[in-house]
Design a protein around this ligand. Structure first.
Ligand SMILES: Nc1nc2c(c(=O)[nH]1)N[C@H]1C(S)=C(S)[C@@H](COP(=O)(O)OP(=O)(O)OC[C@H]3O[C@@H](n4cnc5c(=O)[nH]c(N)nc54)[C@H](O)[C@@H]3O)O[C@H]1N2
Ligand SMILES: Nc1nc2c(c(=O)[nH]1)N[C@H]1C(S)=C(S)[C@@H](COP(=O)(O)OP(=O)(O)OC[C@H]3O[C@@H](n4cnc5c(=O)[nH]c(N)nc54)[C@H](O)[C@@H]3O)O[C@H]1N2
Ligand code: SF4
Ligand SMILES: [Mo]
Length: 687
């Protein structure tokens, strides 16, 4: 039997066909506009049965033994009763805000974000915290402040594509297929990345930028486009505010002045600015390479402004505004006591920029536990995340999770985070649960993630865990649903779409509105002025830069840059590998078979200077800690820089990259830590 569904082994949400025999998953294939033999294949999806039936799957709830010597198996009733009792206990002792729910990226930002928000709102805690400060939500925020919502590149129809800090060849295969198709059909491909990625190798132009300095480049491109009169004057005149302020800010960033600091030439900057502005239509695909930097907000705003300046917003082959479907907001945030501030309240703009994103500065969880600032947290539920490996400064994060009174983890595997838990609730995988995903809520068409097989062992889908916990906490009225389908139908009712319809007609999704372009000609942009805001009065009123980098280029965006005499090498948290998702899948034999690949890539010139042999294990140090990785020679990276493999903390504690990173300096606006790049030193391990 073939089941049409969505893969969630990473956040790309590829539509897939799952092959099922006797209620067992035996294989899965991506769907795509390309013929089957031309499609990019995904190693993780190929390994889906192995992941689903891994002997390491958690199949029963686990409760920590009283003497601390490991866990004992429990039934769901006992485990959920215990969790519910703890919720009540802390509410009584310290108020509902002392309980937080922290979720990672894995289960999706859709229903698994809405449901715990609903639960926590009913319970009275404002502390449902996502990890968007390091992931794409900080970028979404910048797009939203500029033109009202995040845009989606229509790369397939573009004539010029800039891939900026994005590694789609490994992280978003559907997008990569569109880019390569466009390139084959004549589009110019420009990649801006410190590493020669798969796409960079196929690009017409690859700008090997200095990590963390993209804001400078974006501003220099804006300056070039304005001074050379390459912008779309009609669009700017009719649909934007703040052009003069932007022009003034950008004048601080001439290509000649910034080039050296970017490790580029002024001619390269000019060439890319000109190509992007004069080749129509053009799309910019921005990625996580821009996210984990202190200047993420202004950098991604500046990139967003390039789209508007050149009139590429919502044009075929440009960057499209979404056509969100009408859905119920089920988060019940209106029930929260407005005086009860979330632990993230120092980031008010980021907390409130969208009705449903909510609070996303995950570092505040660690502060609240360790420093009791702004107030103490007593209990944390971690759902679909592995913060001990994925949050900046793992040593500090571990200290916090060891200190918190009660930790509950909802996961499919016994992660480093789960090992610290008092209660572990086993989650079903994406192939075992029906759910409405965020992509479906944000844009047409709606594609259902459809359970293809029953939950493995006694695991439960995330929705069921939340609903049943809700009922135990006394919120049966808020969680009246017996099935995921009932809940989805309730949420989708305003759109007039049901699960039944999605299953019947939705092989490739159900589109409730035809794709439309240039929607801004009819509907104003969803900003306070109704226009694209080069200058934001909201930001200025909050004492922030009304246009990006109004006051020039700020502090150095790279961690420990001030200590570069002791830590002379610029380290980059490695680009992602098709086989793994963040900290996941390092226990899956077929994915590891090619070798551990827990590598540090350095230029051969550096290796010979430091007398490192290829294959040698070396120590990498920052002021925060040290890790050990195997040297690989790589000419795709510049001398003086090093790329460190990301996400290997489950494989070996010695290889946990976030032991090196810092959460000491955060973006004032989004709370983003400097996890992407840092100064480090490379040392021989004495034999
Ligand atoms: N240095 C550095 N740090 C980074 C990054 C980086 O590139 N470099 N990337 C950052 C980014 S962008 C992100 S998004 C974060 C990711 O941070 P996390 O979200 O913490 O990352 P994952 O390792 O993907 O953890 C997901 C967990 O959810 C579990 N899981 C999988 N599917 C399900 C499910 O359906 N339900 C439940 N309940 N659990 C499930 C998995 O087993 C896994 O343990 O890391 C950030 N941290
Ligand atoms: N296979 C796989 N797929 C995934 C994930 C995964 O872990 N594995 N994670 C999912 C998640 S949570 C996310 S957020 C997305 C992320 O998807 P991507 O945005 O594609 O993330 P990365 O692979 O980290 O790629 C970022 C690119 O930015 C580059 N880069 C690093 N620093 C800089 C910089 O300062 N400037 C510029 N211009 N570029 C820089 C890196 O070299 C890399 O090529 O992928 C999702 N899909
Ligand atoms: S890229 Fe691979 S793992 Fe990610 S959603 Fe698509 S098929 Fe699944
Ligand atoms: Mo992410």
């Amino acid at each position: 039997m073939i089941v049409d569904t969505v893969c969630r082994l990473c956040s790309s949400c590829c539509p897939i066909e799952a092959e099922v025999e006797d209620s067992r998953l035996i294989g899965a294939r991506r769907k795509s506009f390309l013929d089957a033999d031309k499609r990019l294949s995904c190693a993780k999806l190929d390994a889906a049965p192995e992941i689903v039936y891994s002997p390491r799957r958690l199949t029963m709830p686990l409760i920590k033994k009283e003497d601390g010597s490991g866990f004992r198996e429990a039934g769901w009733d006992e485990a959920l009763d215990l969790v519910a009792a703890k919720f009540h206990q802390y509410r009584q002792e310290s108020g509902p805000q002392s309980v937080a729910w922290l979720r990672g990226m894995a289960a999706d930002w859709g229903a698994p974000w809405d449901y715990p928000n609903r639960l926590m709102s009913a319970f009275g805690s404002p502390n449902t915290i996502g990890n968007g400060s390091v992931c794409f939500v900080s970028r979404d925020f910048a797009h939203s402040y500029t033109y009202g919502s995040m845009v989606f590149p229509e790369a397939k129809n573009a004539k010029c594509i800039i891939v900026w800090g994005k590694n789609d060849g490994n992280t978003a295969l559907g997008a990569a297929e569109g880019i390569l198709w466009a390139k084959e059909h004549g589009a110019t491909l420009i990649v801006i990345d410190p590493i020669e990625t798969k796409l960079a190798r196929q690009a017409n132009i690859w700008l090997q930028i200095k990590p963390g300095h993209d804001g400078l480049l974006a501003m220099a491109m804006i300056n070039e486009i304005i001074t050379e009169n390459l912008y779309d004057a009609e669009f700017v005149e009719q649909y934007t505010v703040g052009f003069d302020e932007l022009k003034k800010a950008a004048a601080q960033f001439s290509a000649d002045e910034v080039a050296e600091n970017l490790w580029l030439s002024a001619a390269q900057i000019r060439q890319v600015a000109r190509l992007y502005a004069t080749t129509k239509p053009a799309a910019i695909i921005d990625g996580n390479g821009l996210d984990m930097h202190i200047e993420v907000f202004d950098t991604t705003r500046a990139v967003a402004m390039l789209r508007a300046l050149t009139g590429n917003i919502d044009k075929p082959g440009g960057d499209l505004l979404p056509q969100p479907i009408p859905v119920r907001n089920i988060q019940l945030r209106e029930r929260l006591d407005a005086d009860l501030l979330p632990i993230t309240h120092n980031y008010p703009l980021f907390n409130t920029f969208s009705e449903t994103w909510g609070n996303q500065v995950q570092g505040c969880v660690v502060d609240a536990i360790l420093q009791e600032s702004p107030y103490p947290l007593k209990m944390v539920v971690v759902q679909s995340g592995n913060p001990l490996i994925t949050m900046a400064d793992s040593t500090r994060t571990r200290e916090a999770f060891a200190k918190v009174d009660t930790l509950v983890v909802i996961d499919m595997f016994m992660t480093e985070t789960a090992k610290c838990a008092d209660v572990i609730l086993p989650a079903a995988s994406c192939f075992e649960e029906t759910q409405l995903n965020r992509a479906a809520i944000r844009n047409n068409p709606i594609v259902l993630q459809n359970a293809a097989i029953p939950p493995v062992g006694s695991s439960w889908p995330d929705w069921k865990i939340v609903f049943e916990l809700g009922k135990r906490l006394g919120y049966s009225a808020e969680f009246p649903w017996q099935t995921a389908e009932e809940a989805i139908n309730y949420q989708l009712e305003p759109a007039g779409v049901t699960v039944e319809k999605l299953r019947k007609e939705g092989k490739n999704g159900v589109r409730i509105e035809e794709l439309r372009y240039e929607k801004f000609r009819i509907n104003p942009f969803r900003t306070p002025s109704g226009k694209v805001e080069f200058f934001s009065a909201r930001l200025a009123a909050a004492g922030l830069s009304g246009v990006p980098f109004e006051n020039g280029w700020g502090d150095n965006p790279i961690s420990f840059a001030d200590q570069s005499d002791k830590y002379p090498v610029l380290g980059i948290s490695g680009s992602r590998d098709i086989r793994f998702t963040n900290s996941q899948f390092r226990t899956i034999p077929s994915l590891l078979r090619k070798g551990a690949d827990c590598m540090i890539d350095i230029h051969p010139d550096d290796a010979s200077r430091l007398k490192f042999a290829e294959g040698e294990v070396i120590r990498i140090e920052t002021p925060k800690g040290s890790v050990a990785m195997t040297v690989r020679f790589a000419t795709m990276i510049r001398p003086g820089t090093a790329r460190l493999a990301w996400g290997w903390g489950e494989y070996s504690p010695q290889a946990n990259l976030n032991t090196l990173t810092s959460d000491d300096r955060r973006s004032r606006i989004t709370g983003t830590s400097t996890s992407r790049s840092f100064m480090c030193r490379l040392c021989k391990i004495p034999t």
